[in-house]
Design a protein around this ligand. Sequence first.
Ligand code: ADP
Ligand code: ZN
Length: 610
Amino acid sequence: MQNVLKRYFGFSTFRPLQEEIISKILERRDVVVLMPTGGGKSLCYQVPALMMEGTAVVVSPLLSLMKDQVEGLRANGIPAAALNSLNDEAENVRVRAACMRGELKLLYISPERLVLEIPYLIRDMKVSLFAVDEAHCISQWGHDFRPEYAQLGVLRQTFPEVPIVALTATADRLTREDIQKLLGLSDPAVFISSFDRPNLSLEVKRGYQKKEKDRAILALIARHRDDCGIIYCMSKKTTESVAEMLRDHDVQAVAYHAGLSAEERERAQDDFIHDRVQVVCATVAFGMGIDKSNVRFVVHYNLPKSIESFYQEIGRAGRDGLPSETVLFYSLGDLVQLSRFAQESGQREINMQKLRRMQEYAESDVCRRRILLNYFGEHTDCDCGNCDVCKNPPQRFDGTVLAQKALSAIARASQQASLRVVVDILRGSFSPEVLKGHYEALKTFGVGRDVPGRDWQDYLMQMLQNGLFEIAYEEGNHLKLTEAGWQVLREGRRVQLAVVRREEKQPQRRGRKVARPAEPVLRFPERERAAATAEAPRRQALFEALRALRKQLADAQGFPPYIVMSDRVLQSLCEACPTTVEEFGMVSGIGDFKKQKYGKDFVEVIRRFV
Ligand code: ADP
Ligand code: ZN
């Protein structure tokens, strides 16, 4: 097992659970694997595929993902191919012939194709194991049901002896039970790994207006000058306008949404995968089937509708395990709109419930990771240290007077004003809505002039969270005082509020932080001292040179750069500075094949720096 891992993939240690899972498969047991995105599911069936006799058949729902996996395997010198509708017939004939001759270690196939091919092909070849990727697609409970998956029960019936490995990143119990039942697995070994992704930082920015969001995004991108990221937006229009804003600031950005033609979408996705554009501004339509390991940031321009979607989307950052940033912008406007969608949807109760949990996350003043993990049924006793609450705990003050001003404005507007109008009243703005309601005549008009509008937004959101008023979604989103709100207003009940976080600093260009990979770093002794004293700029220059070489090698072969080598491997190269091909082969992530193929080129560049 260890040898295969090192020789083909260049890793020296297994991640948690991988070894146990592989052992079970080698014992020919059925296995269910639940691991978060980026957890390392693929190796769990790829290593046994290489060790067992015959060909492993991998069922995968997404053509682009198949292509990626096959390219990745071939780039490691592993014979693999895909049978699907992207191939022309000649290619399919070749692949079939190779299967019959037993030349392939892995065959990727779409579910509908598999069902068709069973009688002909599969019986004529030796199947080592079946891996069903994205296995949650079989369940109607999940968020991604695919009818083609429903037929996969035939696998167990047709091949009683061949182990089946079902893999998914969707964790809930009902989905898991469906997978077991519908695939007909016999007493499977179930492995559930932690859903924690400690390399993703978590941050929520509350109550930002458009301009502030733009500024914050530009600052984020300035910190990630050469890194790719995704910005998720609620509407098609927003994806377009954010992409345009970025292009106006010389950031290569494209929009991606269901309103584009298939070709346009494909081009956007392809440009992103090949590092030709830096940022994709997308609706939730984007991301399934993108296996890009070096996405360094994910921004939610709007509030997502559930924690499941949120976690899946941020999970597309940092698959290579390196530090990556996630930012969520949370505004009351989004909450109101999503509530309306949920109210009008078929599953009103469930969707409102999901939204409420999302809201709790966004408004939390305890460690955000704990909330996420808790949602997925994992409990931890310690704070993560990598979310905005941990890094910058909220400071509280006695906000009773502020709250009274706001509550009084709500009450005096006869509880007929929306949040925006209440802010207008407090700030003393003569907005059309204010004039229409004659609110300029109220005693509270302008009493909160000294507090910026954005801070009022924030305080009001906190007051909402504290249950001092409610939003009547069915009634023009008017604010209505609750019993607790009246107590504050009439009886002076005390209110604690959190200090509003100050604005973003102006965007500054910072050097790339070279983070230390979690796996042990190898460094060749004679260069220990040089590395220790090597200043950051030098290291940065080396990284850039290696990155450029990677791009050149990738373009020459028509691969995405991360297929040649992940960011993480580039960083390990910067740390280890191998100057011979032998040393190059010892770096984590370099298997025998890549050592032979790329060693000379990389070593040559590194030598210039050492
Ligand atoms: P998943 O399918 O669970 O989303 P992948 O199989 O794509 O995750 O793996 C994510 C990343 O982790 C890949 O870049 C892979 O090379 C890396 N990886 C997997 N297993 C190991 C390991 N044992 N050591 C180091 N890196 C690993
Ligand atoms: Zn935390």
